[in-house]
Design a protein around this ligand. Structure first.
Ligand SMILES: Nc1ncnc2c1ncn2[C@@H]1O[C@H](COP(=O)(O)OP(=O)(O)OP(=O)(O)O)[C@@H](O)[C@H]1O
Length: 252
């Protein structure tokens, strides 16, 4: 089966720091891949490159088997890939609804079929259903996101990505600021989104969450993928061991 998204031999330096060294990665349509590794292993850097937020120094990216060049997050979004970054990338001065539709505003037809005004009701309804789908507690759809709690902001960011993703969704630590109920909602959403045929890339330091949602688990160590496991054939001990570099390196 062709991966919906594949990275081959990606390298990335920041000055003298080698963040990625010949890193490989792949995710199939409709599966949840957990990307795990110790702090500084290169997970976020890889996701930033695969979502167009940063460029790689070397290597190639394939989408549906075809080589692509991502020069901006817009390129990735146009291919149907959405990302929830660790910093969430929400506009703090805007409302949840405005964040949901930022750059994708719904317009009402004006006279003679011309674009008229923004359709605020359609956007409010769309946002409400996206938040409800996640069970996100967004009480005030019109307040600014900057004034909301970390958990509420995380819920908005995850709901927005899930609402727009068509092919791939990257979730970088999506449950980090969430309470127990919201965490379970996000894990349920991850399974639901993959059930719709979307490839989900799930970065987490929580091994129980990884074991709950992942189909496959790719382990990074010092800037490269060192092991890939089917969830059904692995254990937390094996994962932790791979995260410390104690596995024979995967052939690149
Ligand atoms: N913008 C940057 N400038 C300089 N160095 C960076 C930058 N981003 C990442 N690095 C370095 O690249 C390496 C990989 O970092 P990265 O954030 O990708 O790891 P990670 O696996 O996501 O870690 P964590 O689990 O702690 O989030 C680290 O050594 C980090 O210090």
């Amino acid at each position: 089966m062709t991966a919906v998204l594949e990275a081959r031999g990606i390298t990335k330096h920041y000055g003298h720091v080698e963040a990625l060294t010949d890193a490989n990665f792949d995710v199939q349509a409709g599966e949840v891949v957990a990307l795990i590794g110790d702090n500084g292993a290169g997970k976020s850097t890889l996701v930033r490159i695969l979502s167009g937020a940063e460029s790689a120094d070397g290597g190639e990216v394939l989408f549906d088997g075809k080589k692509i060049t991502l020069t901006s997050p817009t390129d990735a979004r146009e291919l149907g890939m959405e990302t929830v970054f660790q910093d969430l990338a929400l506009a703090p001065h805007l409302s949840p609804v405005q964040n949901m539709y930022l750059g994708r505003e719904v317009m009402r037809k004006g006279l003679l079929g011309m674009l008229g005004f923004m359709d605020n009701k359609a956007m409010r309804d769309g946002s409400r259903s996206a938040f409800d789908r996640l069970g996100a507690t967004v009480r005030d759809l019109n307040g600014t996101v900057g004034g909301m709690s970390g958990g509420q902001r995380q819920g908005i960011a995850v709901a927005r990505a899930a609402a727009w993703a068509q092919k791939v969704i990257f979730l970088d630590e999506p449950t980090a600021a969430l309470g127990v109920v919201q965490t379970q909602n996000v894990l349920d959403l991850v399974r639901r989104v993959s059930g719709e045929g979307i490839g989900v890339v799930f970065i987490s330091h929580s091994m129980p969450h990884v074991m709950e949602v992942a189909d496959r688990i790719q382990v990074m160590w010092r800037g490269r993928r060192v092991a890939t496991y089917n969830k059904a054939d692995t254990s937390m001990e094996q994962l932790v061991s791979a995260m410390t570099g104690a596995v024979a390196q995967e052939a690149s």
